[in-house]
Design a protein around this ligand. Structure first.
Ligand SMILES: *Cc1c(COP(=O)(O)O)cnc(C)c1O
Length: 456
């Protein structure tokens, strides 16, 4: 047994799949659902807290703010809230979700790169933390701070420009990244020091160096650079004005097995080794993990509608494709997903593996969850489970072919070997066909025929 907890994860998932089939949550009429392992999410949150508790001086204020974009579901945010986890939001929608979940203002951080004046005004009125992305945004905050008092802790996002990871689109610390103040650009450090000198209320420093694909060492370098900047600003100002460093998220997830590696504990230990001054109690800490908190605890379960063979290749046509896994379908090399095969009763399939394509329902040839993958042969009526999909997958619907958003259920309970003790709770209902019509201009049916030609 490792601290990754893989055997439990696998058993719980197998039990949940079997129970979901037995209880009819998934079947011929409902061919795709999302599943969330509540115990797994709780364990992940506890592991995150414990990892940073173990390396921070007693009494250090630490806020773990979950990056809402990784799983924008109100019950998930509420579950994390009960585990002491706050919310990192980046849009009016995400802020509304955090508020609907009851996340406290002082446990909420707003980070978007394109905050409007209205968003900033609301954030400062609510007292949520805001990290300014750039000089123009800071000027807007200047005006708001001057016009009304605020409890919001205010910070500045910097880009330490330590370089990118293996996935360009997710690397935020490249020389030309769109995020934050580019620290190595000419004059930037001086500008930053001046920005703090002129604004005694600017008390936080923020960096998020990237997400999946960033090596831990490079993430640590980004935080080293950020800490060094905080020390420089405070030293040059002769006061401890920066009192909190927000180190962002970005812990990569292992998409190749049920093992949870790297662990939060390993990352926290590495940071404490590399940047000891950040953990000695002089700075409060904010973290913004997303993917690593949820990915391993979600599963997409999709029924095999048909099987066929084409050019000698076996193909299972399922109901999970680009609508739930846009990144995997469009960039399969960067975002491979593990697929597990279950039979029509929801029991794990075994037996000799054969190469097959696991296809989705969308009308384009590239709509494949997995290509040429070795799996026990999937048959009509079986289920294909896309694993590690709790973050950035089923919550990020892509409306290709007007395919409906699937329902998401949380599960708990169950005892090894049985499966009948598993209890499910609806987290988000499936989108209905009526909703699809309504969201697609159903009420404006005559907009282009009558209103423009006859009217006004
Ligand atoms: C996306 C994002 C995160 C979360 O990243 P993960 O890789 O999901 O942990 C945290 N902070 C900011 C500013 C982000 O944009």
């Amino acid at each position: 047994m490792t601290d990754g907890g893989a055997p439990h994860t696998t058993t719980r998932r197998d039990e949940a799949v079997r129970s979901a089939v037995e209880q009819g949550l998934v079947g011929p009429g409902t061919p795709i659902i999302g599943l969330l392992d509540v115990a797994g999410i709780r364990e992940g949150a506890a592991a995150l807290r414990a990892a940073f508790d173990a390396v921070t001086a007693p009494g250090t204020p630490v806020l773990h703010a979950f990056a809402v974009k990784a799983a924008p579901l109100v019950p998930v945010l509420r579950l994390l809230r009960t585990e002491g986890i706050g919310a990192e939001v980046a849009s009016p929608g995400e802020l509304a979700l955090a508020r609907a979940a009851g996340v406290r203002a002082d446990h909420t951080v707003l980070d978007s790169p394109a905050k409007t004046p209205a968003e900033l005004r609301e954030a400062l009125a609510l007292g949520i933390a805001v990290n300014a992305d750039n000089p123009q945004e800071l000027a807007r905050i200047d005006a708001l701070v001057a016009s009304a008092p605020t409890r919001s802790p205010l910070g500045l996002r910097v880009n330490p420009q330590v370089g990118g990871g293996s996935i360009g689109a997710l690397s935020t610390a490249t020389p030309t990244s769109k995020f934050g103040v580019a620290l190595r650009d000419e004059g930037a450090r001086e500008w930053v020091v001046r920005a703090y000198r002129e604004r005694p209320w600017l008390t936080r420093l923020h960096a998020h160096s990237g997400s999946q694909g960033m090596p831990l060492g490079l993430m640590a370098r980004g935080i080293e650079e950020t800490y060094a900047l905080a020390e420089e600003v405070n030293a040059r100002l002769g006061r401890r004005q920066i009192d909190t460093v927000d180190i962002g998220g970005g812990l990569p997830v292992n998409f190749t097995s049920d093992e949870q590696t790297p662990t939060y504990a390993a990352y926290a230990r590495l940071l404490a080794e590399r940047v000891p001054g950040l953990f000695d109690g002089r700075y409060g800490l904010v973290t913004e993990f997303g993917r690593s908190l949820l990915a391993k605890h979600g599963t997409v379960l999709a029924r095999v509608e048909y099987t066929k063979s084409s050019g000698g290749r076996r193909i299972a046509v399922t109901h999970a494709g680009v609508q739930i896994a846009a990144r995997t379908v469009y960039a399969p090399d960067a975002w491979p997903l593990r697929i597990a095969a279950y039979d029509a009763k929801g029991l794990p399939k075994s037996g000799p593996e054969v190469a097959q394509d696991v296809a989705g329902p969308a009308c384009f040839a590239g709509d494949l969850l997995a290509e040429n993958r070795s799996l026990p042969p999937l048959d009509q009526g079986d289920y294909a489970a896309a694993l590690d999909t709790g973050a950035y997958y089923f919550a990020h619907h892509y409306a290709y072919n007007s395919l409906a958003r699937p329902a998401v259920y949380g599960f708990a309970g169950g005892v090894a070997g049985g499966g009948r003790g598993v209890r499910f709770a609806l987290v988000r209902a499936a989108q209905t066909v009526e909703e699809i019509v309504a969201e697609s201009g159903g009420a404006q049916v005559d907009a282009l025929t009558n209103a423009l030609t006859n009217g006004v």
